[in-house]
Write a protein that binds this ligand. Structure first.
Ligand code: SF4
Length: 378
């Protein structure tokens, strides 16, 4: 076990107490500041700030347009495998779930790629479970090599790897890695990740450092909102982001907001009634999106099809910069085996074309390529 200095600086209970003890005066001060700090973030995600959602939303909208213009980036996940050696209490692919397991062959990867290209995608997110024998670095390297000619931007959400592994995959064309801590509360993390390599909290926590040292283009962070108190977990995510931005300043960053919904919890008897109290309402999620934008004008904010059409349409103008659409969360879901079990149920089933129409209706331009690559002329 190694020490991670930024993490040790913050004590969970103290942070949680501070957030819930925030006064309206502290919220108003945070709103009035032009350069906002982590303390301001604490105030903006507090229950006291719920009364200020309207001004927060207006500010978030303005700041997002100033930095990103009226654009929404579109991407799609490509699930390569549902094999997994970990037990995670909230996931359909967990080792203890008796489901039929599948890893895409070379031909199947290409069929899925063709289907995504036909839908218009130029940015693909490769997803696997953690099964190093079947979907280890050689498999991922081959997949990236196959897909590189077809996609302008390749992201990956797979098991945490060592720095040399990332360097090897970047040489093949990997641009972005998403690695969500799930929860920054060590004890709760243990409860939800009892078996497999993922049970190593610190190895996961230090993954963005290994990526930063490897010089990756972009890192995506997030917590699975609802495993613990979402406000405290979000503070830790913001503190992690701040540390990484200062340390690996050449890397870009994005934040995602996967949240557990009551429906997810009802299907899982290992989750207790306490978990229901931790669920976020739509209002809470709006507050969180705006709070991130108010403290960080540069960070990309991403939203998946886990959220409902109604919420996603509304969130478009709040500060979100990137959306998935028409997603399939099962390996082979686009063309090879559309009926297999999905990792999680999606709420927004609209096709990419329908999503593009919604984006345009709201006065935004859909972007199929990752815009910073275009601007950088890579
Ligand atoms: S969340 Fe990831 S690591 Fe955990 S069971 Fe699901 S696929 Fe495996």
């Amino acid at each position: 076990m190694t020490k991670n200095s930024w993490f040790d600086t913050h004590d969970w209970n103290t942070v949680q107490h501070d957030i819930y003890a925030t006064t309206t005066r502290q919220v108003e001060r945070a709103l009035g500041n032009t350069r906002r700090t982590l303390d301001d973030f604490k105030a903006l995600i507090s229950p006291a700030a719920q009364a200020y959602l309207e001004p927060m939303a207006q500010l978030s909208h303005q700041l997002t347009q100033k930095r990103f213009g009226k654009t929404i980036q579109l991407y799609a996940p490509l699930y390569l495998s549902n094999e997994c050696q970990n037990i995670c209490t909230y996931c359909a692919f967990s080792l203890d779930n008796r489901i039929s397991r599948k890893t895409l062959t070379v031909n199947e990867i290409m069929q899925e790629a063709d289907a995504l290209k036909a839908l218009g995608y130029d940015h693909v997110l490769l997803v696997t479970g953690e099964a190093n024998q079947t979907v280890g670095v050689p498999y991922l390297k081959n997949a990236i090599r196959l897909l590189r000619p077809y996609f302008a931007h390749i992201s990956m959400e797979v098991q945490p790897l060592d720095q040399p592994d990332y360097e090897e995959l970047m040489a093949e064309g990997l641009n972005t890695v998403l690695v969500y801590q799930e929860t920054y509360h060590q004890e709760t993390y243990k409860v939800h990740h009892p078996k497999g390599k993922k049970s190593n909290f610190l190895y996961r926590l230090e993954t963005p450092d290994r990526l930063g040292r490897a010089g990756i283009h972009k890192i995506g962070l997030g917590a699975l909102l609802g495993l613990e108190d979402w406000r405290t977990d979000s503070f830790f995510t913001a503190a992690h982001l701040q540390y990484l931005e200062r340390t690996y300043w050449q890397t870009r960053y994005s934040i995602s907001f996967p949240r557990l919904r009551p429906i997810d919890l009802l299907q899982n008897d290992t989750i207790t009634s306490k978990s229901f109290e931790r669920c976020m309402s739509d209002r809470d999620l709006v507050q969180l999106i705006c709070a991130y934008r108010l403290v960080n004008e540069e960070v990309e904010l991403s939203m998946s099809t886990r959220e409902t059409p109604h919420f996603r349409d509304h969130a478009l103008k709040l500060g979100i910069t990137s959306l998935s659409a028409g997603s399939k969360t099962n390996p082979g879901g686009y063309a090879v085996e559309p009926q297999s079990l999905e990792q999680f149920e999606i709420s927004d089933e609209r096709s990419p074309d329908e999503m593009v129409a919604v984006i345009r209706q709201q006065g935004y331009e859909p972007v199929w390529k990752d815009w910073d690559k275009t601007l950088m002329g890579i």
